[in-house]
Design a protein around this ligand. Sequence first.
Ligand SMILES: [Zn+2]
Ligand SMILES: [Zn+2]
Length: 336
Amino acid sequence: MVRVTVLASGSKGNCTVVATSKTRIVLDAGLSCREIVKRMRLAGESPEDLDGVLITHEHQDHIQGLSVLARRWNVPVYATEATHAAWKRWMTPRKTMSFAAWLELRRQQQANLSPASTETDETGPDLTEAALELATVMAEEEEPAIKATNGKLEEKMFPPASPASEDPSYLPLVEHFRAGVPFEIGDIRVTPFTVPHDAVDPVGFILQAEGMRIAVATDLGYLPPNVRMHLQRADLLMIESNHDLEMLRDGPYPWAVKQRVLSRVGHLSNDAVGEYLSNEYDGAARFVILAHISESNNLPELVRLSAERALDGKMGLLGNKVLLASQSMPLESIYL
Ligand SMILES: [Zn+2]
Ligand SMILES: [Zn+2]
């Protein structure tokens, strides 16, 4: 049996747990570590047993809690090399800048953002919490280094025991994957595939375990043939239904942000998902999770109505149960 729990989905943070009897992984770490752990425990998943965290792309709503989660719970991180490098660039203070100054800069950047732009996934309202959490972990990791040295002279002679204490982008273990090249974590086979989105190397995932096939595609501007091909024969399909076109057009976002969301490297609208579900989707999934629903430019009722209308003839007692992922609370676990 495979258990899937969407802990959070949306522009303020994304995180989903997939677990078999032997392996437990999370897709994205877009909440603060504390929040991820809290929601995992609520769902009956233990962070102690995590075998990996897989990253789709480097936008903040997918990586905010990554550093602390990986360091505190010693979880291997799986990302493409380009995504890892982009994340590192973002995490590393400029050479002339102390970590405290970097933290302050990020705080100021956040304070300067307009309320509208905080809903796009380039920024995240949890940033301060996540950054402060990282500062705490770094301070904790610094302790052994201080204990190991005795006074200034020795401090000069010996480098700190843990490089982690001075490097915010330190991760205990990173495995790089490439889109199109499958790999395994325990008994879960992972196939990453490229999606069109405005990040350096964004991917979706096919996860296969115990005869089940799970397809995850959130954060993509449209559905090119390679993505449509990967979404076939899924037992669970998780796809974003980000915005209602009219609400986005008439909504509060600045023009440039609207253009970005609407672009071919932005996000899928309810209409785009509806078009896919009615015209091309094979109807194979027992569960269809609609995810990354915008809180400013969409309404759950519109998402559901649009998808159910599109699925029309394909909905049965056994198949295509439509679920809406939420930002604020975990979705009930799905057993496949
Ligand atoms: Zn996102
Ligand atoms: Zn994104």
